[in-house]
Ligand binder design. Structure first.
Ligand code: T46
Length: 138
């Protein structure tokens, strides 16, 4: 369970070469990646998410734009804005998430610990609260 904000190592812009950001297993994240997906072509104001995961671990980052995450776990609710390519959030199991696009065409990238499985989702908020209570000691 839990939420971890991490700073992605970034080689700063130099001349016309732009900047590069990178993260890797062990140094930055504590799980291997089995799936990558990204969400594009979203208008400002759009809110996605409204679910939690039972087992999945994910790292979320926004290489372009500005996306607000509202995250709820056993410690309460927090808001994190991904507004820089060097910012990322690791979401462990049992975090209810909403992602709000603050700027049109912002890109949300996600690297996940497992392949897609609808049975890992908790898409009902009351079921999430119940699951949280039942797994509080995990
Ligand atoms: C998450 C947040 C950050 C697939 O078939 N394969 C996939 O790998 C994914 C990610 C989704 N889908 C299907 C499932 C739904 O029928 O694509 C449809 C849209 O997915 P969803 O409504 O869950 O999208 P978001 O933006 O609410 O949530 C997504 C991820 O699903 C979720 O794991 O943590 O981004």
């Amino acid at each position: 369970m839990g939420i971890r904000l991490i700073n992605i190592k970034t080689i700063p812009a130099s001349k016309n070469l732009g900047q590069m950001s990178f993260f890797e297993f062990q140094d930055d994240i504590d799980f291997l990646i089995k799936r990558i997906y990204y969400i594009t072509n979203v208008q400002a104001g759009c809110v996605r998410g409204f679910h939690a995961h039972k087992e999945l671990k994910q790292i979320l980052f926004c290489p372009y734009g500005n996306i607000e995450l509202t995250l709820e776990d056993q410690d309460g609710i927090q808001t994190i804005v991904l507004d820089d390519p060097s910012k990322a959030v690791v979401l462990y199991p049992c975090v209810w998430r909403k992602m709000k696009w603050l700027v049109s065409d912002s890109v949300l990238c996600v690297a996940a610990s497992d392949c897609y499985s609808e049975s890992d989702y908790i898409r009902n908020y009351d079921n999430f609260l119940k699951y949280l209570r039942e797994h509080d000691e995990d």
